[in-house]
Design a protein around this ligand. Structure first.
Ligand SMILES: *[C@@H]1O[C@H](CO)[C@@H](O)[C@H](O)[C@H]1NC(C)=O
Length: 114
């Protein structure tokens, strides 16, 4: 009886882990870019980062090709100077503000981990 209980507990835990696995936790840094539409074009480092974002986005994000997505990159940013930087493969890039960083990722496919 105790054995059955332990087994079902384990099963429950692993099931709930499966469900939450894509919504939280750390993603690998592997570069396997995912392009998605949903109120503009979003670029994700890999499917894991995509899944995390798609967990909370309603309506859900839609995975599309790079070409399709890039038609929907924002092109204009506010001109405010509120500098941010990003590390792409060990190269530090600087942007005037967070919007410019997002547009850069959209236009180039360079995804930053910070
Ligand atoms: C995004 O999330 C929705 C709703 O949870 C889900 O139905 C859809 O399959 C997800 N999209 C992808 C590509 O995983």
């Amino acid at each position: 009886m105790k054995f059955i209980l332990a087994i079902s507990l384990l099963l429950c835990l692993s099931l709930s882990y499966e469900v939450n696995a894509s919504c939280s936790g750390d993603c690998p840094e592997t570069e396997d870019v995912v392009w998605a539409l949903g109120g503009g074009c979003s670029v994700f480092r890999n499917k894991c980062f995509f899944d995390k974002a798609n967990c909370t986005r309603r309506p859900a994000l839609q995975i599309v090709t790079k070409e399709e997505c890039q038609k929907h990159c924002a092109s204009a940013c506010p001109q405010n100077y509120d500098p941010v930087s990003g590390d792409y493969k060990g190269q530090i890039r600087h942007f005037g503000n967070a919007c410019e960083k997002i547009v850069h990722s959209c236009q180039t496919g360079e995804t930053f981990l910070n």
